[in-house]
Ligand binder design. Structure first.
Ligand SMILES: [Zn+2]
Ligand SMILES: [Zn+2]
Length: 261
């Protein structure tokens, strides 16, 4: 019923128009969606094509309405341990309802591709990704929810995609979840992992642990880059969150709204 992570053509890698995404959301019976277009900075300042243009964003979304689907306007910011000031700057562009903070780069390398993997084992790649994620959540204050905590699972270069086993990285994962809870930040159940590595990013036990450590804010997102994936598996994700938390969150003007499931 809610999809809080999607990319239209406003994102460099989105394929469909906001209107097409919205239409798909209505057809899927979603009550509320949030567009979360990419702002991801490369270390190379000459190469910033992953950063959307504010005028394009405003033109795409400000007049978009639907009788049955509430539309929220957010972004997905590529967090790095040192770029909290950049996020603060980008938040001056306009009012956003929701800020996903996501780790896409580790040591300035895109973890989706072999450039990051090199000869790392799956375990080593997971470990480096989680270490970087911890550094990011420690350094950042201005995001609302951590996107796809176990994104490394669905990297194209991952030779053996699997849901990241909590038991193999327990202390590190606990530190991340504890830091999120301490800061009053949320965790996303990203459904795009289901087809790629067999489960949500991250999957159920992470949310149970998050709750044990004091976490309260949880969202669900498909990470759709095409209209066809809007709302995909979000009902299944909500059923799991219903069992653990009894609710799922949406955001308005950066404030969480808790919806009883
Ligand atoms: Zn992402
Ligand atoms: Zn995304």
């Amino acid at each position: 019923m809610f999809d809080y992570h999607m990319h239209s053509v406003v994102s460099f890698d989105g394929h469909d128009t906001p209107a097409a995404m919205l239409q798909a959301a209505a057809q899927a019976g979603l009550k509320e969606i949030c567009f979360t277009d990419h702002i991801d900075y490369f270390a190379n300042v000459e190469k910033q094509e992953w950063v959307f243009d504010t005028a394009v964003y405003n033109a795409a979304y400000d007049s978009l309405t639907h009788d049955a689907v509430k539309i929220r306007r957010g972004l997905e910011f590529g967090i790095k341990p040192y770029n909290a000031p950049q996020l603060r700057e980008d938040l001056k562009r306009r009012n956003f309802d929701f800020v996903l903070g996501s780790v896409h780069f580790v040591d300035e390398l895109d973890v989706y591709y072999p450039e990051f993997w090199g000869d790392k084992t799956v375990f080593q790649a997971e470990r480096r990704y989680l270490e970087e994620t911890l550094a990011c959540v420690q350094a950042h204050e201005d995001f609302d929810v951590l996107g796809h905590l176990t994104y490394i699972s669905k990297a194209r270069a991952n030779p053996a995609p699997r849901p990241v086993p909590m038991a193999e990285h327990r202390e590190l994962i606990d530190e991340i979840l504890r830091e999120l809870a301490r800061k009053g930040k949320g965790m996303e159940m990203n459904t795009s992992g289901v087809d790629r590595c067999g489960d949500f990013l991250p999957f159920e036990p992470y949310f149970r642990r998050f709750k044990e450590l004091g976490g309260e804010i949880v969202t669900v997102g498909s990470d759709a880059h095409t209209a066809g994936r809007v709302g995909q598996y979000t009902d299944r994700a909500c059923r799991i969150l219903k069992d653990i938390f009894g609710y799922v969150c949406t955001f308005e003007n950066r404030r969480p709204i808790f919806h009883k499931l």
